[in-house]
Write a protein of this length. Structure first.
Length: 82
């Protein structure tokens, strides 16, 4: 699990660096569609890290609330009611 988190973190860093580079390229170049691509790149540069943070925050809250082995407890409780 730790190895998967490290790989996902590296992929996230690479994607963010790519977003920063494309934002810089769109800011420097001068084409007809560059402004819309620049705005989209800036928005993605802000929105994607916020979404990643929100996802991890909610995941931690759910994991803390239900506990690490909630799947086995839910399966047992529904079987005992029938």
């Amino acid at each position: 699990m730790k190895k998967a988190k490290q790989i996902l973190a590296i992929i996230g860093v690479i994607l963010l660096v790519a977003l920063y580079v494309t934002t810089l390229i769109f800011a420097i170049t001068d084409n007809t569609g560059t402004m819309s691509m620049f705005v989209a790149s800036v928005v993605a540069t802000v929105v994607i890290p916020v979404l990643i943070w929100a996802y991890t925050f909610i995941f931690k809250l759910i994991k803390k609330h239900y506990g690490p082995d909630s799947d086995s407890e839910e399966g047992n409780s529904s079987d005992s009611n029938s």
